[in-house]
Design a protein around this ligand. Sequence first.
Ligand code: E4P
Length: 230
Amino acid sequence: MKFFVDTADTSEIAELAATGLLDGVTTNPTLISKSGKDFIAVTREICALVDGPVSAEVVALDHRQMMREADVLRAIAPNVCIKVPLTVDGLKTCKALSDDGTMVNVTLCFSANQALLAAKAGASFISPFIGRHDDNGFDGMDLIRDIRLIYDNYAFETEILAASIRHPVHVLEAARIGADVGTMPAKVIWSLFNHVLTDKGIEGFLKDWATTGQTIVEAIEEAAGEKPAG
Ligand code: E4P
């Protein structure tokens, strides 16, 4: 499963990119507005921090204007992925851009039929919104499951990008179903590293190691004659 971070905060992105485990970034107009920065400048900064796709969203509602906005956005960097809403005009734009070899992420997907349309329009990614689905009394995971089944039935190459992930259990369930990508806030990615038994295990091992009075690096340096025996 690829991990994308859902933010336009460049320090959060840089910190995660340093782990070597970050595969891409998703932004949206709300996240750009939270960054307080110029959208072109911040998108350019983000694209330089990661090699993978960086979703940048159009805000126009009609196809012609979406295409004009997409032209501006895709000129920012080669790893920009144009994000369009799941509407008739959004999918027309998706088809035109995909035919042209541009990566497209179709966002605001709330039904499996919408996801089927996005795949037919050649989307690189479909973004079903799990958390917002749950918020409204539907099971977001049923949506991911249905899309997985449909895409596998027809061998669609569109990647399922589980979006609106709010907590680690969403990540676990989406991974079990086989979502190709998960996009989530930085704090959710960081929380995946943690387990109380890992912390406890390290504490125990270090306590026992200290009783040996040995070192690893210094012992090797001494053996190689790089450091006098102490
Ligand atoms: C995805 O691309 C969206 O930006 C995002 O996942 C929305 O998440 P939210 O529902 O927590 O705002």
